[in-house]
Design a protein around this ligand. Structure first.
Ligand SMILES: [Zn+2]
Length: 305
């Protein structure tokens, strides 16, 4: 099956993007030429994301669209897109991140428009629209949870799920709505084996209507595909592994979420399994990585136990 490399849904024959998906990402139904070559990227100063152990650093760069030439190119800074090419140390991180972000959308988490695109050399890169740069121009104020906790960036792993809940309660315009979203995000990240959800990978965004709310989910990937026993970066209920129903019940209670609402979230994530397995199966990853991803999703699907 051919899938759209933006939304992940069936796309018939080539080209493998829905025009409406391209429009949502690039504001044009034409796929821009990505005027970047993996070999040239070494010469650019690349910001890196993730922890040193994981991605021998997963590189990312700022990119912008030249509308007239319909070309996506490296921006000196302040571009409207982030582009993450293949990393030398661990293969297939861009495909892994794209797949994980699409799975997040399937369980009802908000994500920014994204896609896999081919660079000039044919390698796949992950491209995502920056959610703090709205279409109409300008910049939305954003603070990550490390900043909210008044910690230096180097302390991004000094968090717990419960501490994040506390920060959200203090700073969000509608704390109860946001705490339920955050609970869903923690359940999801456990399900997909993301061991790199730390304080800088959660953020509050001032929305165009002035509300201060969680940002769309970002930087999510299945780290267990590259580090098989990778534990959670931030403990939940004091645990970094082997989470069961009791831990989710206690986290919900800590967040002030009623048992019924918590159960609904757990059931919705579990119910996403069949669709998630179809997407994993169709994803542009080698068979052994697709199988490993699917096995984890099956194993953890009854996230509530
Ligand atoms: Zn699509």
């Amino acid at each position: 099956m051919r899938i759209c490399l933006s939304c992940g849904k069936p796309a018939g024959t080539a080209p493998s993007y829905h025009p409406e998906c391209l429009a949502a990402l690039f504001e044009t139904e034409r796929l821009p030429v990505v005027d970047i070559d993996l070999a040239e990227l070494d010469q650019l100063a690349l910001a890196t994301v993730g922890r040193a152990a994981l991605p021998g650093a997963q590189p990312k760069l700022s990119a912008d669209l030249d509308v007239e030439r319909c070309t996506l190119q490296v921006a000196a800074g302040g571009g409207h897109y982030l582009l993450k090419p293949q990393a030398g140390t661990f293969p297939h991180l861009p495909e892994n991140e794209w797949l994980t972000q699409r799975l997040a959308a399937q369980v009802g988490l908000e994500i920014s428009p994204c896609a896999l695109v081919s660079l000039r050399d044919g390698s796949l890169a992950y491209v995502v629209r920056r959610f703090d740069r709205p279409v109409g121009g300008g910049k939305l104020a954003m603070e990550d949870f490390c900043q909210l906790a008044e910690l230096p960036p180097g302390s991004k792993y000094d968090g717990t799920a419960e501490r994040c809940g506390k920060l959200l309660r203090r700073h969000a315009s509608e704390p109860l709505v946001e705490l339920l979203k955050l609970f869903r995000q923690f359940v999801f990240n456990w399900w997909v084996g993301n061991g790199d959800l730390h304080l800088k990978n959660l953020a509050l965004l001032r929305r165009p209507d002035g509300r201060i709310a969680l940002s769309p989910a970002f930087d999510q990937l299945n780290t267990r595909l590259v580090l098989p026993d990778d534990p959670l970066a931030m403990p939940i209920d004091g645990k970094r592994d082997n989470l069961g129903p009791g831990s989710w019940a206690r986290l919900a209670q800590n967040f002030g979420i009623g048992p019924k609402a918590a159960t609904r979230v757990l059931r919705e994530v579990a119910a996403a399994l069949p669709g998630a397995l179809r997407l994993v199966d169709a994803a542009p990853l080698p068979a052994e990585l697709r199988e490993a991803y699917a096995a984890l999703l099956r194993e953890r699907a009854p996230v509530g136990g």
